[in-house]
Design a protein around this ligand. Structure first.
Ligand code: ZN
Length: 191
């Protein structure tokens, strides 16, 4: 991607896929490269995601990078200041206002890199990622490996019977599955 890097303008990059597909790893890789280039970088994540650390984004392979926990996307606009690159992890935990915030940041000339789940545990598009995909300049879909059959996997299987859309967890209650092995037969949405 980015064979020609835009000059004099901002843009939005989205990294999305199922759990265990390496989204945060890829976000950290891009952020590190921006830091090596001595760009001013700020990284945000939702307060709800406290699985590993409140003040870092952490990939499943234990890479970590400092981040700022926020309750609402609006706080990014308030705090971004003169940052040239904005990283946002776990975007599926934010509401649709994230789309407008990312657009404003990009309009200000910033590079905005957003990572998040594109489908919920039932395989349905998971806001706000679908809307971000529509307005982003660059999209990367990461694939995991199906824990049943070894095929490329783009879905997340919930192993518990909790029917709520947002249940924070990792390998304890989720695994990656391909289209064929994803099983939602006993899942009922209640929200
Ligand atoms: Zn499979």
């Amino acid at each position: 991607m980015l064979s020609i890097v835009p000059k004099g303008t901002g843009w939005i990059e989205v990294i999305c896929g199922s759990m265990f597909s390496g989204k945060t790893e890829e976000l950290i890789r891009r952020i590190r490269r921006a830091q090596i280039a001595r760009l001013h970088v700020k990284i945000y994540k939702p307060l709800i995601d406290d699985r590993y650390s409140q003040n870092h984004i952490v990939s499943h392979n234990a890479q970590r990078i400092p981040s700022i926990p926020i309750a609402t996307p609006q706080q990014i606009l308030e705090q971004a200041g003169d940052a040239q690159v904005i990283g946002i992890d776990e975007a599926q935990f934010f509401d649709l206002s994230l789309v407008d915030v990312c657009q404003k940041l990009a309009d200000q000339g910033k590079r905005v890199i957003v990572a998040g789940l594109d489908q919920d545990y039932l395989g349905r598009p998971f806001e706000p990622i679908p809307q971000l995909l529509a307005v982003a300049e660059y999209i990367t879909k990461t694939l995991a490996i199906c824990s049943r059959c070894g095929n490329p996997a783009n879905r997340t299987q919930r192993l518990s019977k909790d029917p709520h859309r947002v249940v924070v967890g990792a390998a304890d209650i989720y695994e990656a599955r391909c289209r064929h092995c994803h099983d939602i037969s006993d899942a009922k949405e209640s929200v």
